[in-house]
Ligand binder design. Structure first.
Ligand code: AR6
Length: 167
């Protein structure tokens, strides 16, 4: 199993797929979503307009357009204050599961995840990292998968948390 932590701007990563922390409209926004739309170019938004949005916990795939990554997997994390603890955990885990299902379907060998819901959506970072790491590990084992997973951390707080937990 290959799991790595990399501190980077996810739009710069040369991987088969990057996972975007989108919102239900899939029409862009701030944070990592804004960075991805800016770097991928206007064609991404044109395509996203045809996708009909995406429910929380689900995922949809587009090409990477101007990005070095071949694909973008757009997933919608839970807005922390909107849900019970149990729902939050389930919805965030679903983001990782559904994204990996799509990555496998498109024969991706490497996938980089942003720290879904840990920015504007307010998910406590430690709790989110625990779910991200455990869900990914379990998925890789259950699917006997060789996909290389990169947790792309941006802020120093997530970097410290992930590096501690991955050890
Ligand atoms: N590369 C990698 N990670 C990044 C980058 C980047 N270029 N920029 C920010 N992050 P957020 P959310 C990290 O707020 O909480 C958007 O407006 C950031 O440090 O982007 O799921 C969407 O349209 C944080 O750890 O996503 C939605 O409306 C992580 O990305 C809403 O925000 C996620 O922070 C989604 O909120």
């Amino acid at each position: 199993m290959t799991i790595e932590v990399v501190q980077a701007d996810i739009t710069k990563l040369q991987v088969d797929a990057i996972v975007n922390a989108a919102n239900k409209s899939l029409l862009g926004g701030g944070g990592v979503d804004g960075a991805i739309h800016a770097a991928a170019g206007a064609e991404l938004l044109q395509k996203c307009k045809l996708l009909g949005g995406c429910n929380t916990g689900q995922a949809k795939l587009t090409k990477g357009y101007k990005l070095p990554a071949e694909y973008i997997i757009h997933t919608v994390g839970p807005i922390y204050r909107f849900h019970s603890e149990l729902e939050n955990r389930k919805l965030l885990a679903d983001c990782y599961i559904n994204s990996l299902d799509l990555a496998a379907k498109y024969n991706c060998h490497s996938v980089a995840f942003s720290c879904i819901s840990t920015g504007v959506y307010g998910y406590p970072k430690k709790a989110a990292a625990e779910i991200a790491i455990n869900t990914v590990k379990e998925w890789l084992i259950n699917h006997h998968s060789q996909i290389k997973v990169i947790f792309c951390v941006f802020d120093d707080e997530n970097k410290t948390i992930y590096q501690e937990m991955i050890k």
